[in-house]
Design a protein around this ligand. Structure first.
Ligand SMILES: Nc1ncnc2c1ncn2[C@@H]1O[C@H](COP(=O)(O)OP(=O)(O)OP(=O)(O)O)[C@@H](O)[C@H]1O
Ligand SMILES: [Mg+2]
Length: 249
């Protein structure tokens, strides 16, 4: 049975794309057949693995608008299968909102859903039509939060919004976990925010934290996952620990 996980937080820059790419790469390396789908018009997940798609043709927008066999829209990079996105995705946003079409992604990917152990969806930084499409087809959500001062305020609001979307779009959706990202061991703030998150969400907070690391940026510049860039780096070990936590959940 395939598990679809939407990586979502309406706050920008918290580490959604970094998590999506490395989670998909790590699950794949753990022997779980995994598909990464870029559902963000920024196309950051695609760029992160080196896909700068100019004119489209094989993007998630093409699949969602034209339909067809989803296998024809998959690109494989370093054994990671991805359906990429680019800026053209936003051209279909108005249509999706006007028609309240929030099951287009689910229907488009349906023919291949059961081919995978995991499908990871990198969502944009808002609960827009694409996030709603992602939530409609997902079994789980992971919410990455940066452990900064405002993250807790934003998280309460996000959880309320997700609960509303869950009721209207997909009652079987559940939160797999809240993940503390960009954790900085050099300051006490990260630990303080982590402790507060733990008090607020004792059941839902992943034990693993993803530490702040220059190796994340370096791996992205080289269009690699942290595992391919430097498997011994502490941030690769963080992602590995997260994957074990997910697989053992
Ligand atoms: N653990 C980390 N250590 C250092 N830098 C990180 C880490 N995680 C993410 N970053 C950096 O933070 C920035 C934002 O990360 P990312 O793009 O993953 O966030 P996002 O939530 O997907 O952003 P957006 O909301 O724009 O989609 C990037 O420049 C990325 O390289
Ligand atoms: Mg992103």
């Amino acid at each position: 049975m395939s598990k679809t996980i939407a990586i979502t937080n309406q706050k920008g820059g918290v580490g959604k794309t970094t998590l999506s790419v490395n989670l998909a790469a790590g699950l794949n390396k753990a022997g779980k057949k995994t598909l990464l789908v870029d559902v963000d018009a920024q196309g950051n997940a695609s760029a992160s693995v080196g896909l700068m798609i100019e004119s489209g043709g094989k993007t998630i927008k093409d699949l969602m608008t034209r339909g067809g066999n989803p296998r024809d829209f998959i690109t494989t990079v370093d054994s990671l299968e991805i359906i990429p996105a680019n800026n053209s995705l936003k051209d279909m946003e108005e249509m999706l909102i006007n028609n309240k079409s929030f099951d287009v992604l689910k229907k488009a990917l349906a023919p291949i859903t059961n081919d995978y152990n995991y499908i990871v969806l990198d969502c944009p930084p808002s609960i827009n039509a694409f996030t709603k499409n992602a939530l409609t087809m997902s079994e789980y959500i992971i919410i990455p939060v940066d452990v900064g001062y405002f993250s807790i305020l934003g998280l309460k609001q996000l959880l309320e919004e997700i609960e509303l979307e869950r009721k209207s779009l997909n009652p079987s959706l559940s939160i797999l976990g809240v993940l503390a990202c960009k954790f900085d061991r050099r300051t006490s703030l990260s630990q303080q925010v982590f402790d507060t998150l733990k008090e607020s969400f004792p059941e839902k907070l992943f034990k693993t934290t993803i530490r702040l690391s220059i190796d994340v940026v370096r791996s992205q510049i080289q269009h690699k996952s942290v595992f391919d860039y430097n498997p011994k780096s502490f941030v690769a070990q963080d992602f590995q620990q997260l994957i074990e936590e997910i697989l053992n959940a």
